[in-house]
Design a protein around this ligand. Structure first.
Ligand SMILES: NC(=O)c1ccc[n+]([C@@H]2O[C@H](COP(=O)([O-])OP(=O)(O)OC[C@H]3O[C@@H](n4cnc5c(N)ncnc54)[C@H](OP(=O)(O)O)[C@@H]3O)[C@@H](O)[C@H]2O)c1
Length: 275
């Protein structure tokens, strides 16, 4: 991490921008160095209640003074927003995109020139500062600017750099979409627990607390997750029966197929935007 301070402009002040701004300011980044541009009064009201940051309704003005521009609008309007900014963006300004599925080549094409771009893939737990973000920088981004971009995302969770942009599609399948995989498993387990006769609230609490505890154990242990699993699977015990049933139902193959389907969809979206 670096202590260098740059002017950061967020284009779009919705959920993701709020999470990143909370993370930055919560970790000591000066609010005076953060600008937000968003036409929505709701976004303005929500952000200005929490922080004393400069708010604009004109994207071009926000970008003119920024060293880092975070594009935090929905992917459907990204092209229109980038085309609007293309006349004012400076060649040294680093653009950070969090838009799912939009490749750097598409952004370059819309900007009409080669500029420093970081493409990132955060996930929803970012809003609780427990996110996981994969990032890829094109060759125009300096090491110094990479560290400030890393600082933005590391205030809200785990970050990793990817050498190849195509690995962003893998990150989408592995951590971008996976909160939903876990929620589905919790839903199924809760239904079963209720079928066993537990009340919905007891079932939910038992499952979520166990999931939270298991994650903490895995994060705090020197053992691999497979070893932790073996440690709670006594021969002839209850857990062994459950694991054997999951294996017999080919859980490994099912998870492989699900993640592969997410990866292929992410690749398709990247291809479509890249055309
Ligand atoms: N949420 C996630 O978990 C997640 C995870 C990974 C990546 N992402 C990516 O993050 C990006 C933002 O998602 P989000 O969930 O934060 O969306 P969001 O809450 O809808 O925020 C987008 C904001 O942009 C505003 N906006 C609309 N048009 C604009 C314009 N022309 N100029 C500036 N601002 C404009 C919207 O205002 P209105 O509401 O008035 O339209 C809204 O306040 C998306 O590209 C998404 O793919 C999100």
């Amino acid at each position: 991490m670096t202590d260098d301070i740059y002017k950061i402009a967020f284009i779009g002040g919705g959920n993701m921008a709020c999470a990143l701004i909370n993370g930055l300011i919560g970790n000591g980044y000066p609010s005076t160095e953060i600008l937000v541009s968003d036409p929505s009064e709701a976004a303005k009201n929500s952000l200005s209640k929490q922080h004393q940051i400069e708010f604009m309704s004109d994207n071009k003005s926000a970008v003119r003074y920024a060293d880092i521009v975070v594009l935090a609008v929905k992917p459907q309007i990204l092209k229109e927003v980038v085309l609007e900014l293309s006349s004012v963006i400076q060649v040294q300004t680093v653009v950070v995109s969090i838009a799912a599925g939009v490749p750097i080549s598409a952004l370059q094409k819309w900007f009409g020139r080669s500029i420093p771009i970081v493409r990132s893939m955060p996930n929803t737990p970012t809003m609780l500062m427990l996110g996981a973000t994969g990032m890829h920088a094109n060759r125009h981004v300096t090491i110094e600017k990479c560290s400030i971009v890393e600082r933005i995302f590391s205030t809200v969770g785990y970050t990793c750099w990817l050498q190849n942009e195509k690995d962003i599609d893998s990150v989408t399948a592995v951590s971008g979409s996976s909160p939903a995989y876990f929620f589905l498993i919790f839903e199924i387990m809760q239904r079963v627990a209720e079928d066993f006769g537990l009340s919905p609230s007891v079932a939910k609490n038992l499952i979520l607390q166990t999931a939270k505890g298991s994650v903490e154990m895995a994060l705090n242990s020197h053992s691999e997750v497979g070893e932790l699993r073996s440690q709670v699977t006594s021969p002839g015990g209850t857990t062994e029966q459950a694991i054997a049933t999951l294996r017999a139902g080919n859980l490994d193959l099912l998870i492989f197929k699900a993640m592969k389907a997410a990866l292929e969809r992410a690749q398709k979206l990247s291809e479509e935007y890249g055309q």
